[in-house]
Design a protein around this ligand. Structure first.
Ligand code: SF4
Length: 114
């Protein structure tokens, strides 16, 4: 696994115990690598991005989660994004929905639509 937390891109070697838990992580250049590998193995997270239609606009609005959410919740987040009914105007950074899909993370606009 390659750590993507900084441009150094350390190659991490992970070994597992017989019960499937992490036995060791080697190759990290700093402690962030250990945290990255642990999260990727136990509960990987991703920022969700999408484009949605807006009433009163010919242009789609691009949106993203303000922070990464568990990959297990990505489809629930996308379902809630799809169900949103929004109207222009919307400015970049506007919180469109707090705690989307009960993730504790807000959905924000990444574009302004007048
Ligand atoms: S382990 Fe640390 S130094 Fe290496 S890529 Fe990750 S953040 Fe960068």
């Amino acid at each position: 696994m390659v750590c993507v937390r900084c441009p150094k891109s350390c190659e991490l070697a992970i070994t597992f115990a017989p019960d499937g838990s992490i036995a060791s992580i080697c190759g990290e250049g700093c402690r962030l690598g250990t945290a990255y590998a642990t999260e990727e193995i136990t509960d990987p997270k991703r920022i969700v991005t999408a484009s949605i239609s807006i009433a009163g606009s010919m242009e789609p609005l691009s949106v993203k989660t303000a922070a990464a959410v568990s990959r297990t919740q990505v489809f629930k987040v996308l379902d809630e994004i799809k169900a949103l009914k929004l109207k222009a105007p919307i400015t970049t950074g506007t919180i469109l929905k707090e705690d989307i899909a009960k993730t504790g993370v807000s959905l924000v606009a990444t574009k302004s639509i007048g």
